[in-house]
Design a protein. Structure first.
Ligand code: AMP
Length: 284
């Protein structure tokens, strides 16, 4: 087996991590739902740069799945995940059972109200409440000094930054760049659902975003034109956007033109698989 400490109980995790913290060591945390790929491992690398002990969690959180979503078929491979994490230099893997995190009688919810609305929040009611609740619980167990989240899930990152600020949590929230496959597809555990034909069509998301970014580089600032570019690329692959929007980088406020720091976020269904992607628009 791997050289990583696999912990399943909250009490044991608290004991071990409090002992580490008593030595004055900084803890970096990477929360995940497992089925790990290189995008996840890039977060571990970032956490290692910023802390002395890295704790990853693998927990497929039922509270962030809607009733008609893919909770039961979500890919699970704890042994493979542990080996990948060990290889990436992660020290501790916290992988609690659902009953450990949500024992009978659990009824607390945390909601980051405004920034959870729109985009994925509009299509997945309750999703970000589930995310905020589980991440706050993970933080209270692990008490990380720093926690790293991927810009792949940009709205989630924005929700969690707001959560940490609003509740004065003693954790620095760090965003890490979106990692892509060589052909441009954003890495995601859900890519495993795609048939070869769907995977080829899924490239329209990153292709559309790249094309819009190139328009932006050439001087286009109109939100409608940039979004039409993304939607056109999706349409050419027979896809239609669940949303495609230009938003401000810091608070995700809707924008009609790409004047300040901003990004385009897109979601689309490819067959029965829902994919998201985004592209930060930068000059130069
Ligand atoms: P998940 O396991 O999908 O809940 O993701 C766990 C963490 O990994 C989140 O912070 C995600 O944003 C991040 N992540 C997932 N895919 C990528 C990717 N392609 N690039 C960077 N981070 C990612």
């Amino acid at each position: 087996m791997s050289g990583i400490d696999l912990l399943r109980s909250i009490a044991e995790t608290k004991r071990r991590l409090r002992a580490i913290q008593a030595q004055g060591l900084r803890i970096g945390m990477v929360p995940t739902m497992g089925a790990l790929h290189d995008g996840h491992l890039s977060l571990v690398a970032e956490a290692k740069r910023r802390s002395e002990v890295v704790v990853a969690s693998v927990f497929v959180n039922p509270k962030q799945f809607g009733p008609r979503e893919d909770l039961s078929r979500y890919p699970r491979d704890l042994e493979g995940d542990a080996a990948k994490l060990a290889g990436a230099g992660c020290d501790v893997l916290f992988a609690p059972a659902v009953e450990e995190m949500y024992p009978a009688g659990f009824q607390t919810e945390v909601e980051v109200v405004e920034v959870s609305q729109g985009l994925c929040g509009a299509v997945r009611p309750g999703h970000f409440k589930g995310v905020a609740t589980v991440v706050l619980k993970l933080f209270s167990i692990v008490r990380p000094d720093v926690a790293v989240f991927g810009e792949k899930d940009f709205q989630q990152l924005t929700v969690l930054r707001r959560l940490a600020r609003d509740l004065s949590l003693d954790v620095e929230i760090v965003g890490a760049p979106l990692i892509r496959e060589v052909d441009g597809l954003a890495m995601s555990s859900r890519n495993a659902y795609l048939s070869p034909e769907e995977r080829a069509r899924a490239l329209a998301l990153s292709r559309g975003l790249r094309a819009a970014s190139e328009m932006y580089q050439r001087g286009e600032r109109g939100g409608a034109a940039l979004i039409a570019c993304v939607e056109g690329e999706l349409a050419s692959a027979g896809l239609s956007a669940e949303y495609a929007e230009l938003r401000a980088l810091d608070d995700l406020a809707p924008l009609s033109s790409a004047e300040g720091p901003c990004l385009i976020l897109v979601a689309a269904r490819v067959g029965s698989t829902r994919l998201i992607d985004n592209w930060i628009l930068t000059r130069g």
